[in-house]
Design a protein around this ligand. Structure first.
Ligand code: ADP
Ligand code: MG
Length: 262
């Protein structure tokens, strides 16, 4: 018998609308979306540019309220941002005048954790991200890939219940991107919290996810949710492309993203 996983986040018939006050325009970004993100799962959302992925993240982060439907976390309605939901953006949003260590410790500082304790915690998360050597460096001294790993360490150091990532690796080169994906899975294995990962790359989604939610072109509706039953120990870029199941799932998800008739 498999354990029943409780939903961490529940989206129920959610419609998200952007309003442009000046031009009095309304833009429906996400329509009638129902989706659960289960406790401890790695869920990827894919869909073409403009289909509402970032808007969906905004609603869960509490930056935006649904026009229709409800968004809940642990059964309670989300109505504002909170430290229980950590967000990693594509632009790393590190503070350039602070060291890597201070960047990772910053959330703890806002929460009033004493200096010695927050530095100890920050060092633990840096070690987990294999960044101990970079603790005293400044963001501009790091590569894009390293900065993104710092951003992940900083988010995890705040011990959120869900980590949300919006195309976090889109700005790095292709090779670094593969390394970062493997690295993220390694870090997540030692810190297995609920993850919502947004990407427009089907390959990335299938490589990382427990489940992939495919959105239709905007306004985004849920087209399909695909279970990725590839064992975690097989998720390495040097071998995965030769794995028939990976190829099969990738092609299946690709078709769902591309073919509007499905
Ligand atoms: N702040 C905003 N004001 C008005 N429209 C917006 C705003 N942000 C996004 N949109 C629109 O909402 C739709 C979904 O955008 P977005 O969620 O950014 O898509 P994605 O992340 O999938 O590329 C698009 O049509 C976009 O133009
Ligand atoms: Mg986006």
């Amino acid at each position: 018998m498999t354990a029943v996983r409780e939903p961490k986040i529940s989206l129920s018939d959610v419609t998200l609308v952007h309003t442009n006050e000046e031009r009095r325009q309304e833009n429906v970004a996400v329509e009638d979306l129902t989706l659960d993100i289960n406790e401890g799962e790695f869920l990827c959302v894919v869909g073409p540019s403009g289909c509402g992925k970032s808007t969906l993240l905004s609603a869960i982060a509490g930056f935006m309220k649904p026009r229709l439907g409800t968004v809940t976390m642990n059964g309670r309605k989300i109505d504002k941002p909170g430290a229980d939901r950590g967000v990693v953006f594509q632009e790393y949003a590190l503070l350039p005048w602070k060291t890597v260590l201070d960047n990772v410790a910053i959330g703890l500082r806002y929460r009033g954790v004493p200096k010695a304790e927050r530095e100890k915690t920050a060092r633990e998360y840096l070690a987990m991200a294999r960044l101990s050597e970079a603790a005293d460096k400044y963001p501009h001294e790091l590569s894009g890939g390293m900065r993104q790993r710092v951003a992940v360490a900083r988010t995890l150091a705040n011990t959120p219940e869900i980590m949300m990532m919006d195309e976090p690796f889109a700005a790095v080169d292709a090779q670094t991107r593969l390394t970062l994906q493997e690295e993220l899975l390694r870090v997540w294995a030692s810190n297995p919290i609920t993850v919502l990962f947004i990407t427009h790359s089907v390959e990335e989604a299938v490589f990382l996810a427990d489940r992939v939610a495919v959105l239709t072109p905007g306004p985004g509706r849920l087209r399909s949710v695909v279970d990725i039953d590839i064992p975690r120990e097989d998720r390495h870029w040097d071998t995965i492309s030769n794995t028939p199941r990976f190829v099969e799932l990738r092609d299946h998800v690709m078709k769902l993203v591309r073919d509007p008739s499905r």
